[in-house]
Write a protein of this length. Structure first.
Ligand code: 5GP
Ligand code: MN
Length: 348
């Protein structure tokens, strides 16, 4: 692949407008979505570090606390956490010259920061890979076909000619984001471009093996017990419909000392059973509030199910929503949905 091919993803006009906005800004805020995951934090921390290396005043803002499992990411301690200082974070967004939004395209995804962002006079760059952007931007870099925002940040920096300013820490954050959103290159990962980027990041000194252990093979006692219990005692299979359902109640989670992040990936487990094409996980967060997570393989879209029945959305193979009823009521509804949903040409 030639250099011009590799940098051609983002149109030159967008790159040049973004360059002008960044160079003209005295201060820059970077923002990612609430309950930030590895891609949200990785893309934000990578770009923040490069901008700081280039002498910019750049500060990342997260709506709420990054999970303990991602506290190892270089630079995470420099982030402003809006839930700890709400008024200050919103005010900060209104005083900077430029806000760069990463891994979301709808102000609803930043919760308490939405008002501060939408009322800010700052210029706005959005870099994201979710479908149907609604957030207005001076520069919109939206590629839903790309598997992570972190890969888009790499392209962005490459297009700007700033890759030399990416050090091992910022490369590690970028790599963590790409690994998170592809399950360590196990889904959405047939794009050769991913491996070109990966080779650049590893050449910069990223220890990918260590990152794998930290991101995918580090568990707490409570997580191991909850994952085991969910699979052993709370999994229902619907073989005729190619579906699986796992439910965990508030009482069960409390008994097993649940911490945020402990059920991450549980919804994916039933997909390893031949014939199961989609999987649903219900976590009762409050007596009348259930978080719904869905995953699928092949061309069965769980995004539509989440939109239609649970006021949510997401991607074809990974989506979520919520239901403001008891766990029993939610479970009954999900069973009825599974039993009435035809499985369309599933391909594994
Ligand atoms: P998870 O199952 O990991 O919570 O979410 C998977 C994906 O579904 C997320 O990356 C996000 O795109 C989408 N998602 C999860 N929950 C919601 C929700 O409540 N509303 C919308 N619109 N999307 C969601
Ligand atoms: Mn992402």
């Amino acid at each position: 692949m030639t250099a011009s091919e590799s940098t051609s993803l983002i149109p030159t006009a967008s790159i040049e407008k973004a360059r002008m906005l960044i160079e003209g800004a005295r201060s820059v805020a970077l923002v990612c979505h609430m309950t930030p995951d590895g891609d949200a934090l990785g893309s934000m921390l990578c770009l923040q570090k490069v901008l700081m290396t280039r002498g910019k005043r750049a500060r990342g803002v997260v709506p709420d606390m990054p999970p303990a499992s991602l506290q190892f990411l270089p630079g995470v301690n420099s982030l402003m956490v809006a839930s700890s200082n709400e008024g200050y974070a919103a005010k900060f967004l209104s005083t900077v010259d430029l806000v760069i939004c990463l891994d979301f395209n709808d102000a609803k995804r930043i919760d308490r920061l939405a008002g501060g962002l939408l009322s800010s006079p700052a210029k706005r760059i959005v870099i994201d890979h979710h479908l149907n952007p609604v957030l207005k931007a001076d520069v919109l870099i939206s590629f839903p076909e790309k598997s992570s925002t972190s890969a888009l940040v790499f392209h962005f920096l490459e297009g700007l000619g700033w890759l030399d300013d990416m050090d091992v820490d910022s490369a590690t954050c970028c790599c963590a984001g790409m690994m998170t959103d592809t399950g360590n290159f196990s889904y959405n990962s047939n794009d050769p471009d991913l491996y070109r980027i990966l080779s650049v990041l590893v050449a910069k000194g990223v220890d990918k093996d260590a990152l794998y252990r930290k991101l995918f093979n580090t568990n707490s006692e409570s997580r191991i017990r909850i994952m085991g219990f969910g699979q052993y005692a709370r999994m229902e299979l619907f073989p005729d419909h190619g579906a699986a359902l796992i439910t965990l109640s508030r009482d069960e989670l409390n008994e097993l000392h649940y911490r945020p992040g402990d059920t991450e990936g549980l919804v994916n487990v039933p997909l390893s059973i031949p014939g199961i094409h989609y999987s649903i996980f219900l976590r009762q967060n409050e007596p009348d509030y259930v978080k719904v997570s869905m995953r699928s393989v092949g061309d069965f879209s769980v995004k539509e199910l989440c939109e239609k029945y649970f006021g949510g959305g997401g991607h074809m193979n990974a989506a979520g929503g919520e239901y403001r009823k008891s766990l029993d009521a939610t479970r009954s509804r999900v069973r009825a949905i599974i039993e009435s949903t035809p499985l369309i040409t599933p391909k594994k």
